[in-house]
Design a protein around this ligand. Structure first.
Ligand code: ADP
Ligand code: MG
Length: 449
């Protein structure tokens, strides 16, 4: 080992604290050459983390020993490669007729086949979480134990732990893995208690190489389960087995969590996952569609990304509605269709009155409100009337019957027909879409009436 490095270590340990030091500094191998100090880390994730978080502490510790001028670089050891795709058996080892093997299932719990690292879109919001999950999958039990992943609902935690599990099971080394929700853990334990089978329960869980528990916030307030899990956790941890946990909040914010368990959760690597950026949302829409064999036009992906709620789950829901609508109605999958499908549910409803709609439409088409309400069937009146009915439905959120009444006491099926027709026309015809958008904009701005 290099003298300057050895000399700086005690100060670093003091600056960084015992836990960080053990996790991030002890595994580093230091060498010295003509370019300065070379700190070799075990993986790319490790390299990025050390560079981002500890570089200044390292430089400070070196400077305090008089080695300020020494350039420091952080590298990755040649072996193992952290970012390689999951190892699969070589193609020649399988008969060519069999499809790509589905990855093995865990001993406890089940995995979602589609939740893989390949189907996960990576960006600023989740890069650290992704890299950490890959790193854990590469060398379970050796680093980052436990690995605690937290973040809001629908941001990809369950996806990432499934991906991690697929990789562990698909790896060269056979590993016993359990991947289950905390609710399942609780129910399984309660069942075992009732049937007096706790010995078997403990054996099953303590026999695992990797235990993944999703949504541990559900353990809150469940004292008996927490106690049992605490013992399982300790048993596994002592044997160097990997534990992975997810939660919608960080350990310290989980209320009614027993102190011992909380400090265990805090004893490893804690990483949070953030809501995706707009660009990531577009990429996710495209990827999810392509997994259904659909090539999503960029404009549609953008509309879906913009017009859906903040979580990825809501984004997926919006995408599914748009695709289903195109398939069911036999319409082209374009921006106008996406607008027409997503606009009514996401925009604020009920603030625009039917009277206001009639006013604005009458101005736009230069027909009187009386004509809109009349039963005249001239084309110059029927189209504006349909537009007004459609906008009443979308913006005023009124029932068909209520709209029918406001349009000269018609039958409500007339309104239903008008709404359907406009929706279809909007999806097919960009000009109609533009017109409706501008009317919607005007009505929403001046919706005081
Ligand atoms: P959480 O467990 O955090 O509540 P999930 O893992 O269930 O969220 O994610 C909700 C949905 O969003 C899943 O269908 C998942 O595949 C998808 N998802 C979330 N983040 C991404 C991402 N970065 N790339 C691809 N799909 C994602
Ligand atoms: Mg989840």
């Amino acid at each position: 080992m290099v003298a300057e490095w050895l000399e700086a270590l005690p100060r670093l340990r003091q600056h960084m604290g015992e836990r960080n030091f053990a996790t991030w500094i002890e595994p580093i191998r230091c060498s010295k050459d003509e370019k300065g100090l070379c700190l070799e880390t075990p993986s790319r994730f490790f390299q990025e983390w050390v560079t981002r978080h500890f570089m200044s502490a390292i430089q400070r510790a070196l400077a305090e020993g008089g080695s300020a001028a020494l350039p420091v670089r952080v590298t990755v050891a040649a072996e193992p490669q952290p970012l390689t795709p999951p190892r699969r058996p070589p193609v020649s080892a399988r008969p060519s007729t069999t499809p790509r093997p589905v990855s093995r299932q865990p001993r406890i719990g089940r995995l979602v086949p589609d939740y893989t690292f390949e189907s996960f879109v990576v960006g600023d919001a989740n890069e650290v979480a992704y890299q950490a999950a890959r790193s854990v999958a590469e060398t379970p039990g050796q680093r980052f134990n436990p690995f605690f992943l937290w973040g809001g609902v629908g941001l990809g935690k369950t996806h990432l732990i499934n991906a991690l599990a697929h990789d562990v099971l698909g790896g060269a080394q056979p590993r016993r893995l359990g991947c289950l929700s905390s609710e399942t853990f609780i129910n399984t334990m309660v069942g075992a208690l009732r049937q007096d089978q706790m010995v078997g329960f403990r054996e099953r869980f303590r026999d695992l190489d990797v235990l993944i528990l999703d949504d541990v916030q559900f353990l809150a307030g469940k004292e008996r389960t927490q106690e049992e899990f605490f013992h399982t956790f300790n048993a596994l941890h002592e044997m160097g087995r990997q534990i992975v946990l997810t939660s919608d909040k960080p350990p310290h914010a989980i209320s009614d969590l027993e102190h011992g368990l909380r400090s265990r959760f805090e004893g490893g690597l804690i990483v949070d996952i953030h809501p995706p950026t707009p660009a990531m949302r577009v990429a996710i829409a495209v990827k999810k569609a392509s997994m259904q064999g659909i090539e999503l036009p960029l404009a549609v992906a953008q509309t879906v990304a913009e017009r859906s709620g903040s979580s990825v789950r809501e984004l997926e829901g919006a995408l599914t509605r748009v695709i289903a609508s195109a398939l069911l109605r036999g319409l082209p999958l374009n921006e106008a269709l996406a607008e027409s499908v997503l606009a009514p549910v996401t925009r604020p409803r009920g603030i625009v009155s039917i009277d206001a709609v009639q006013d604005v439409v009458s101005q736009q088409f230069r027909v009187s409100v009386a004509d809109l309400k009349s039963h005249r069937r001239t084309r110059s009146i029927t189209f504006p009337r349909q537009v007004a009915m459609y906008l009443s439905r979308v913006l005023a959120d009124a029932s068909y019957a209520a709209i029918a009444e406001k349009f000269g006491n018609r039958d409500h099926s007339t309104v239903m027909y008008a709404v359907d027709r406009l929706e279809a026309k909007r999806a097919q015809d960009p000009a109609t879409n533009t017109l409706l958008r501008s009317l919607e904009g005007r009505l929403r701005l001046g919706s005081a009436r």
